[in-house]
Design a protein. Structure first.
Length: 274
């Protein structure tokens, strides 16, 4: 396909993805009430100054601008539409990239995407469950006699940061496995730097978690460490499998030609793509 053909294909994919996100945003406006109840549940369930439930002044979200109520609806509707329509725009992205991949690369991509989506969802669910604990810790730090009136914009930033932070943190073990498959990280090196990796998981949890309270950090770091241990088992098994496969390039000098049979898999992949 010529360059202009690729650009037209990219334009069509972007238009389809934008239309899907736009439709999802419209649905977000229509069902704003239930969505807003889900978004504000962690805040309303947090005990702030001895109160909870978003019923009294001091444990309610506030707006300070004339256009803030409208902008809040746009932001929440867009965020909900982005999540609901993620299968559509992710498919458009995949449909644009997939024709340029070999069949083996596509199989690995299916495996990584199939693992990345549940990991991110698990991190997001955990963030939603511990969010009220972090809010209670942060907002109760206000000195005595100070009324806490958090704005909706601040809370939404916190909400989105927690969801994205926890979701990305759960992808860390998958990144380690990808490095192993790329021959960058071996199990021997993994075992050597294991303590440092666990410390890195705690450090990454502290950075990814927008809430500075120690409880939220521990609730994020503990699953990350468990997933790192699972990643180590997978890396160990993959290294053992790789060690049983003879290296076709072993014993060849730098200026020596490899046998033609080594490239059979590459040729088969190219033929499949054609």
């Amino acid at each position: 396909m010529p360059v202009l053909g690729h650009l037209r294909e990219l334009r069509n994919r972007i238009v389809k993805a934008a239309l899907a996100i736009g439709l999802g945003t419209v649905l977000g406006f229509v069902f704003f009430g239930p969505i807003w109840g889900v978004v504000t549940h962690p805040f309303c369930s947090a005990v702030i100054s001895g109160h909870s439930g978003c019923k009294t002044l001091g444990d309610q979200l506030v707006v300070t601008g004339v256009f803030d109520p409208f902008l809040v609806r746009v932001q929440v509707a867009f965020f909900a539409g982005l999540i609901v329509t993620s299968p559509v725009w992710l498919y458009q992205l995949w449909a644009f990239i997939a024709p340029g991949l070999y069949s083996r690369e596509r199989r690995w991509t299916y495996l990584f995407v199939g693992a990345a989506v549940p990991l991110f969802a698990g991190g997001a669910v955990l963030a939603y469950l511990v969010m009220s604990r972090g809010l209670r810790y942060l907002l109760n730090l206000a000195p005595h006699g100070v009324v806490v009136l958090p704005s909706i914009a601040t809370y939404l930033s916190y909400f989105q940061g927690m969801i994205l932070g926890f979701g990305v943190a759960f992808e860390l073990p998958l990144a380690l496995i990808i490095l192993n498959l790329a021959h960058v990280l071996t199990h021997a090196r993994f075992r050597k730097w294991r303590r440092l990796m666990i410390f890195g998981a705690f450090l990454f949890a502290g950075i990814a978690n927008p809430s500075p309270d120690p409880v939220s950090m521990l609730l994020l770091a503990a699953p990350c460490v468990l997933l790192v241990e699972v990643a180590e088992i997978i890396v160990w098994a993959n290294d053992r499998r790789r060690a049983r496969i003879p290296d076709p390039y072993a014993g060849l000098a730098d200026d020596e030609l490899a046998p033609l049979g080594i490239n059979d898999d590459l040729k088969a992949d190219r033929g499949a793509n054609k």
